[in-house]
Design a protein around this ligand. Structure first.
Ligand code: UT7
Length: 333
């Protein structure tokens, strides 16, 4: 059976920054409150006219360049997003056209767990022999769905995209994946309007129901319970333990969640990656952006063992254990 390994990685964050000082001018909050409760200092925000597909295309191009292949070699494109350019068609189709690909393309919506879900699909397709090379993108423009009068949510989210090229290989790169969902938690985190349940109408817009609502405390408790569980399941499926990990890369949602999870998994904090201070929560982009950050900053080497773990609306969760097989070209030269 062919196995799947990460052959290329790339990411993109939009130029515009939204700092805590900016938010202080918009809602009743403070830099100190945001830093203490979340660890976030700033986030990146899409520009006027920029959409999720634009972020995805930039990240995908970087991943293709890193893998040293052009689009002709891609057999399947999957975009994980919950903030599509439009409900119809899939954002993946816009990305496919922009990249000049001819392969099948579709979206996966598992909110902030979306990248791990899409990774599972890509890995399974490669292991089945139906494809040799799959482009997996996690991209979200969360700020388009955030109510910037709601201090409980607007401080948390940012925009971005990350992508990996998965390729068939003799040795497994992606060793094990564990996914889960519990739809009874659907109300915890949602965008109430804009779908078939509550189509957009003036009354809906007046009530600001096109924006994300969240029960922050409930999500926090869910996250610190489910992340260690998912990580342990993926580690078990990979025949590894937390002690074997070079890095744990959790979904970048809140530094307090990251620290609590590190403690529950008995991981030294210096081996638990965080860039949430600079990105905020970029939803499906958060894990591939974090991985790319580690890789491009030279902190990820061939042979390292990495666990990534996400959680999000649905509620959903997912973890993957990856043997990193790439060396950076700058390390090689
Ligand atoms: O991908 C998944 C996405 N979601 C998450 O990861 C969210 C997980 N949850 C969280 O990160 C945290 O629950 C929050 C950061 C959202 C909130 O932190 P918290 O420590 O759970 O605060 P809280 O909701 O219990 O609120 C404490 C107080 C409240 O005031 P009172 O009722 O004690 O007077 C809030 O009204 O803080 C107030 N508050 C704020 N104050 C200043 C809430 N938001 C803010 C704010 N600035 N931005």
């Amino acid at each position: 059976m062919p196995r799947a390994a990460i052959a290329g990685i790339g990411s993109y964050l939009p130029e515009d920054r939204l700092t805590n000082a900016d938010l202080e001018r918009m809602v009743d909050t403070s830099d100190e409150w945001i830093l203490t409760r979340t660890g976030i200092a700033e986030r990146r925000v899409v520009a006027a006219g920029e959409a999720t597909s634009d972020l995805a295309v930039r990240a995908a191009r970087a991943a293709l360049a890193d893998a040293g292949i052009d689009g002709a070699g891609i057999d399947l494109l999957i975009v994980a997003t919950s903030t599509p350019d439009t409900l119809i068609p899939a954002t993946a189709c816009r990305v496919q056209a922009e990249l000049g690909l001819t392969c099948p393309a579709f979206d996966v919506n598992a909110a902030c767990s979306g990248f791990v879900y899409a990774l599972q699909v890509g890995v399974t397709v490669i292991e089945s022999g139906r494809a040799r090379t799959v482009l997996v993108v996690g991209a979200d423009a969360m700020t388009r769905f955030i109510d910037f009068t709601d201090r409980g949510t607007c401080i948390l989210f940012g925009d971005g995209a990350g992508a990996v090229v998965l390729r068939a290989s003799e040795e497994a790169g992606v060793l094990g994946i564990a996914l889960g969902a519990d739809g009874t938690g659907a109300e915890m985190l949602k965008v109430p309007a804009g779908g078939s349940a509550l189509p957009l109408a003036q009354q809906v817009l007046d009530a600001r129901q096109q924006y994300l609502t969240m029960s922050g405390n409930e999500v926090f408790k869910f996250a610190v319970r489910v992340i260690p569980k998912a990580a342990r399941e993926a580690l078990k499926a990979s025949g590894a333990t937390a002690a074997d990990l070079t890095w744990l890369v959790p979904h970048q949602a809140n530094q307090r969640i990251i620290d609590t999870v590190a403690d529950r998994l008995h991981m030294p904090h210096e081996r638990v990656f965080s860039n949430v201070a600079a990105t905020g929560n970029t939803s499906a982009a958060s894990i591939p952006v974090a991985l790319d950050d580690l890789y491009t900053s030279g902190r990820l080497s061939a042979g390292d063992l990495v666990a990534v773990v996400g959680f999000g609306a649905g509620v959903t969760w997912g973890a993957a254990v990856v043997r990193w097989t790439k060396s950076r070209s700058s390390e090689e030269t």
